[in-house]
Design a protein around this ligand. Sequence first.
Ligand SMILES: [Zn+2]
Length: 210
Amino acid sequence: MDELTTSARRVPLEAGAGPDNPPCPACGEPLFGWLAEQERLGAPVSRCEACGLGIVGGSRGSEEALAALDRLGNQDHARIVDRQSFACSVGGAGWAGLEPGAHYLFTVEAVRRLVAQRDQVVRRRRWAAGPSLALTWQTLLNSVTFGHNVALAAFGKGEAAPADESWQRRIDALASIVLAIPAAIITLPIELSAALFRRGAVVDLRFELL
Ligand SMILES: [Zn+2]
């Protein structure tokens, strides 16, 4: 756990929103530091301890968050990479959901609160098996590579943050090949139990008007 998280955790929730703890755009509770600035993200990451929403850098509020959600589907469905998944708990800063360009890191609860602001409810949630297995597999590989998300990007899925040095990129390519199958074997029980506890890595949500 990094210093930012440790120091932020000393602030009690009831301290309320302030310049250092702006309100969560989904539920209004104060945001707290989660991860120190990562080079590939360009900003520190904060999170809401009530609904779990994660935010890279700042937020302009719920309209911006809803627009980001709509880009993951449209106004009646979205596929989110869940920040409250087992994969995220296991991966921390190496979680494959933290790809370059990420801004809002949704959870099912955060989505529920956000869509309620436009009089919608989450009618259905479904574990997206294939994408979840791929994301957890990549999260495990991220713990041994210099770069981030290099294996999935090699398959044309998502965006990688390759390592700076060419020798590191060569090691990453080799590690991804050699460890592909062992990582897949570990992925299976993690992600299947995650699905069982409704903490799968990728979730499809469907919304309806109240
Ligand atoms: Zn919140």
